[in-house]
Design a protein around this ligand. Structure first.
Ligand code: G3I
Length: 378
């Protein structure tokens, strides 16, 4: 009898132990599954937002693979085109909020950090704005534009590219219609109006080539001038349209440090790395020359050779190592497109090429560059 009860106790201990073992291995499996589903934004959650530019197809919900990728990998969105002046404010008294409403709803659905791009930009303007020639009238145009758009999304869009690409390469202000009519104070006006409409929104000055010394000085003086007049500016957006070699890591690092020291955070707002030759890299080439259809300028029409794939991966790795080193200065890193096939770089500066500038390929699969970037967090 005693032997039987000993046997039963032993038997139950073994069964219990086996069940526990199974439960634990289930937990391990669950963890493995979870880590499989982990995306960029989870991996970098303690560092900065991981964002992506969304095009009309994503906003309309017709790119279902893109939507799944977006949900898995990114926690911030920027509208690639639909909030630009010519689309959202095409007539003086006519706004078209159809796509921007959908965009904001999509960001809210995913609990994304939502960016507005862009309020004041000389490009993709509506024709009627180009015709304004009087300072008082242009002040009113800006007031109406900023009040209407920011007002509609107050508390919903968390960050705004208030002024985009106001600088020439030498750091002076570009001769835009805003500069011509209002003068340099249009920057003060835009940032002041923006801070009045939504005092809690993050306000950004956004531009390309901001790693170049002269342009960097120009951007720093924009920041300092605004701050010296008590006008809110929170972030300098370095667009990040880079290539395999340039800008150098030293230039990128120095720029991040310089902007931060000027009293703002940095966002990498439009990151992509072209792997194709550009007209201005060719000695003696005319930028206006038509290279469309030129095979030398479109060397990888079918697929990217392994050697270039590896160069791209190691370039992304070293850039993200740098971002992590300066993580307290960086608020967000946004890729300019969801996958290679959706990149504007297939059509610029030469139309109809096949470029590979992002972390996901045309099948929405992660590339070597993605694994290198994720590898930094393992
Ligand atoms: O929607 C029309 C379509 O109806 C028409 O058939 C087609 C014919 O060309 O054009 C389509 O519009 C294009 C639009 O992208 C949407 O695809 C425009 O031609 C084209 O010029 C426009 O390019 C955009 C570019 O800004 C315009 O300046 C790119 O997609 C967009 O990626 C790019 O983004 C800018 C940032 O906003 C600011 N920083 C630089 C960055 C790269 O240029």
């Amino acid at each position: 009898m005693i032997q039987l009860s000993r046997f039963l106790i032993f038997f139950f201990i073994i069964v219990f132990w086996l069940l526990l073992g199974c439960k634990n291995s289930e937990k391990v499996n669950a963890e493995v599954d979870e880590s499989k589903a982990m995306g960029l934004s989870d991996a970098f959650v303690d560092d900065f937002y991981m964002g992506v530019a969304v095009n009309g197809r994503l906003i309309d919900g017709v790119d279902s693979l893109g939507t799944s990728l977006l949900k898995r990998e990114f926690n911030s969105i920027t509208p690639e085109n639909i909030m630009k002046w010519m689309y959202i404010h095409p007539e003086e008294d006519g706004f078209d909020f159809q796509m921007s409403d959908k965009y904001v709803a999509m960001g809210q659905r995913d609990s994304s950090f939502i960016v507005g791009h862009t309020l004041v930009w000389h490009s993709q303007l509506a024709d009627w704005v180009e015709e304004v020639s009087d300072s008082t009238e242009m002040v009113e145009v800006l007031r109406h534009h900023i009040n209407a758009i920011m007002g509609r999304y107050k508390g919903k869009i968390q960050s705004w590219d208030v002024v985009n690409e106001a600088l020439n390469e030498d750091g002076t202000l570009r001769e835009s219609v805003f500069l011509k009519t209002i003068g340099p104070q249009y920057l003060d006006l835009a940032f002041r109006l923006a801070s009045e409409v939504d005092p809690d929104a993050q306000l950004t000055y956004n531009d390309y080539n901001l790693t170049a010394a002269d342009k960097r000085k120009g951007a720093i003086s924009i920041v300092k001038n605004l701050k010296s007049r008590g006008i809110k500016i929170d972030v300098v957006g370095m667009q990040g349209h880079w290539n395999l070699k340039g800008p150098t890591l030293e230039e990128i690092e120095q720029s991040i440090v310089d902007y931060y020291n000027a009293g703002v955070k940095v966002a990498i707002t439009e990151l992509d790395i072209t792997v194709l030759p550009n007209p201005w890299d060719l000695e003696g080439a005319e930028v206006s020359q038509n290279f469309e259809g030129d095979e030398k300028m479109n060397p990888f029409p079918q697929s990217l050779p392994d050697s270039v794939e590896q160069q791209l991966a190691s370039r992304y790795k070293s850039i993200f190592q740098l971002f992590l080193k300066h993580r307290e200065k960086i608020d967000r890193v946004t890729f300019w497109g969801i996958q290679d096939g959706a990149s504007w770089l297939n059509g610029w500066p030469i139309r109809n090429r096949t470029n590979y500038p992002l972390l996901f390929d045309r099948n929405y699969s992660p590339k070597a560059a993605y694994h290198e970037v994720m590898g930094l967090k393992k």
